[in-house]
Design a protein around this ligand. Structure first.
Ligand SMILES: *Cc1c(COP(=O)(O)O)cnc(C)c1O
Ligand code: SF4
Length: 334
């Protein structure tokens, strides 16, 4: 018999895959046969914000094509080093709405908890590129204060687990927190904001599905997918498992130049999401974060794209185009 203590040290298969993510620029270049001419800039950009991408996500990219829409989301490029006026370090000014460290209460009825700084993938357009988040969890020591804040406010019905990415946490950690949240009677809904089901679908394993199915809370998962090519058979399968566990599935995307800023790509994304059992929720205008200006799409073009896809798709497949404006009581529709 294997002693329990040893059994517990055995990482789940998804943890092994996560730890084997590609973080070395040279390895990415070799596995996709990319032009060597882009390498020096890539090294420079990766020094500011590290390359990180699971190997399974890289396998969905085209070899030898630096313009591949999945690759562009993770590829360190020289453009990131350009300083653009109006692009900030903390574009959302989130420090202002944080009554307890890691707890954001900006919108009525729901709070967002940033549980970890870790992600399974480093997206080049993300505001996270400016936070030297450690893997250590800042929310842990504030957990009692978090629970107290929630318990005292009956108008809060929904808790959103966010990050970084909450699904990089172990199920042991998550079940502990969810158990505490479930004990607060006025909470009805648990929402997970995660890119992990797309970039590392192996994370949707029996352990995760078991605690989700067993929870008294309504579980909503908002995945993050920007292009139809991200959804392969393994992602569809993970979505089916989540559906069977009773999860409501939504998607949020970011409108990104060179990745999905054309009507054909956006229509294909919505249709592919539906095939996977997921409805589009938000299409975000990029947060003006320094180093990501080359991804920006202006509002005129964004509007015209939404009008084009509205003319082709049923209403439920048209995402809401939004921008986050500091101080507003909800995401602002454009
Ligand atoms: C986006 C966000 C939410 C969720 O907003 P919904 O419109 O309900 O999806 C909640 N809190 C914060 C701080 C957010 O940024
Ligand atoms: S928070 Fe989301 S968008 Fe940002 S790096 Fe992590 S997975 Fe990507």
């Amino acid at each position: 018999m294997i002693p329990r203590s040893l059994q517990r040290r055995q990482p789940a298969p998804w943890q092994t895959l996560l730890s084997q993510s590609i973080t070395d620029v040279e390895v990415l270049w070799r596995s996709l046969d990319l032009p060597r001419s882009l390498l020096p800039q890539a090294y420079q950009a990766a020094r500011q914000f590290r390359l990180r991408v699971p190997a399974g996500f890289v396998r969905r990219m085209r070899r030898g094509d630096p313009a591949d829409p999945l690759l562009r989301q993770v590829l360190p490029l020289g453009e990131e080093l350009v300083i653009t006026p109006g692009y900030a370090g903390d574009p959302l000014q989130e420090q202002d709405a944080m009554p307890v460290p890691g707890l954001l209460h900006k919108y009525p009825g729901r709070v967002l908890l940033t549980l970890t700084g870790a992600c399974a993938v480093n997206c080049r357009y993300c505001f996270r590129r400016h936070y030297p988040y450690s893997e250590a969890n800042p929310a842990r020591e504030h957990w009692p204060a978090t629970l107290d804040y929630l318990a005292r406010r009956e108008q809060i019905h929904e808790v959103i687990l966010s990050g970084g990415d909450p699904l990089t946490l172990t199920d042991t950690r998550l079940t502990g927190m969810v158990k505490d949240l479930s004990a607060i009677p006025h909470l009805t809904t648990l929402r997970l904001h995660s890119r992990v089901p797309v970039v590392l679908p192996e994370r949707i394993d029996e352990t995760l599905l078991a605690w989700i199915s067993a929870s008294r809370l309504q579980v909503v998962m908002v995945i993050h997918c920007n292009h139809a090519n991200e959804i392969d058979a393994s992602v569809v399968n993970a979505m089916q498992q989540l559906k069977l566990a009773g999860v409501t599935l939504l998607n949020q995307s970011v409108l990104l130049r060179g990745i999905n800023n054309d009507a054909k790509s956006l229509c294909a994304l919505s249709r592919r999401l539906l095939e996977a059992g997921v409805l589009p929720y938000y299409l975000h205008q990029l947060d003006p974060v320094q180093g990501a200006a080359h991804f920006a799409v202006d509002d005129t073009e964004a509007h015209s794209l939404i009008e084009k896809i509205r003319a082709q798709l049923p209403g439920y497949l048209v995402p809401r185009l939004v921008r986050e404006i500091p101080g507003e009581s909800a995401k602002t529709p454009l």
